[in-house]
Design a protein around this ligand. Structure first.
Ligand SMILES: [Ca+2]
Ligand SMILES: [Ca+2]
Length: 380
């Protein structure tokens, strides 16, 4: 088996239908997504949790961190969605107070990630062979060992189906692709040779964390990410205001046409676009809406905001201590934000400022990247 279709799993795709509840149930017997997106994520849990537990939220600002970064001043904002205009996992809306921080003006690019790999020899998750002895510790007893030709380096690639398909089954367009990695985002025959200024994709949360550490930065908390995304606008649905994008909009790199089989590319791009192609938000940040999803440092809990209710003040939150997604209770997930080039209003509106999702930290996908932040003060 050289290619595997991915099991229906809305959390790790652009399949969070805005009108659905936050708890779509898995269906089908295909176990691969559990293997790749659930079990591997659980394996990563212990080490990742250790990182989070020890990771101070505030670190010194290295002077070298500031080129390409934007200062977001300290402040207070309403995080999440009030009322019925969002998903359950975005509620209740609540006030959050943050210290100021620096944030990358754009998603980390292929050129930047290459510099990291060249300097360190780092090997990404997608380039490593999954180990069954580790995987089976986190799967239900009796789960059969997958075929050897499945346990090979690879990642998940969006492949547009030839015609309309039911949009309740993401396995119709997510394909496990051996050989897919950041250097070959759509598989072994693809290349990033002309994509230096595109966001790096096919990077796991662990990969993003490694890059951030090397760069003297860190991943943003979910609260920081949303605050920065709002760009000084108050209570707006999108980074640019309340008006939804249309198929003729040039506001962000999203999907235009009929998802998932017909991409009209009226914004100019079928997949990733060069960073800074579209207008920045009020902080001067690019692609906070669309292009690629972005990893945050927090564990993902569907009820994270509900857990904060009753707190008088939520100051510099770093997220819950563990993950919980009722759709996949065994999968430990990190927060991803901002939507991607696969989001369309008829299917997924995750380019909204409040939209949130969890993804297992070992997962690389062709629409998932990251940007970094640095704590400190505006002036040295
Ligand atoms: Ca597009
Ligand atoms: Ca983005």
């Amino acid at each position: 088996m050289s290619r595997l279709r991915r099991q229906k799993q809305p959390n790790s795709s652009d399949a969070a239908v805005i009108n659905s509840n936050d708890s779509p149930r898995l269906s089908g017997s295909r176990w691969f997504s559990i293997l790749r997106l659930g079990m591997l994520g659980f394996v990563a849990f212990a080490s990742a949790y250790a990182v989070t537990s020890k990771n101070p939220t505030r670190v010194a600002v290295p002077a070298s961190a500031r080129p390409g970064m934007v200062w977001v001043p300290d402040g207070e904002y309403v995080m999440g969605t009030a009322g019925s205009a969002g998903l359950k996992n975005e509620q209740p809306a609540h006030s959050v107070k943050l210290d100021g921080f620096w944030i990358d003006a754009s998603e980390v690019t292929n050129a930047q990630f290459r510099e990291f790999v060249d300097a360190t020899g780092y090997v990404t998750t997608a380039e490593k062979k999954p180990e069954w002895e580790e995987l089976k510790k986190s799967v239900p007893p009796g789960t059969p060992k997958p075929p050897d030709d499945v346990l090979v380096p690879g990642s998940l690639v969006f492949v547009s189906p030839p015609g309309p398909v039911p949009t309740d089954d993401v396995s119709r367009w997510w394909v496990w692709t051996p050989g897919a990695c950041w250097k070959h985002p759509e598989g072994p025959d693809s290349s990033i040779s002309d994509r230096d200024d595109h966001p790096v994709v096919q990077v796991s949360w662990e990969d993003a964390m490694a890059y951030a550490k090397w760069a003297g930065k860190r991943l943003p908390t979910e609260a920081e990410w949303e605050y920065a995304s709002r760009g000084q606008l108050v209570g707006k649905r999108f980074t640019w205001g309340d008006n939804p994008p249309t198929d003729d909009s040039q506001l962000a790199n999203i999907w235009q046409g009929g998802f998932p089989n017909q991409n009209d590319k009226r914004d100019g791009w079928e997949r990733t676009s060069p960073v800074k192609t579209y207008p920045p938000n009020g902080y001067g940040l690019y692609d906070m809406s669309g292009n690629v999803w972005e990893w945050c440092s927090d564990w993902y809990r569907a009820d994270a905001y509900a857990q904060r209710s009753g707190q008088e003040k939520v100051v510099n939150p770093v997220g819950p201590r563990e993950s919980w997604d009722p759709n996949e209770p065994n999968a430990q997930k990190r927060v991803t934000r901002g939507g991607s080039f696969l989001c369309h209003i008829t299917y997924c509106e995750s380019y909204r400022t409040a939209a949130r999702r969890g993804t297992t930290p070992d997962t690389g996908m062709s629409h998932l990247g990251f940007r970094c932040v640095v704590s400190g003060t505006k002036s040295p």
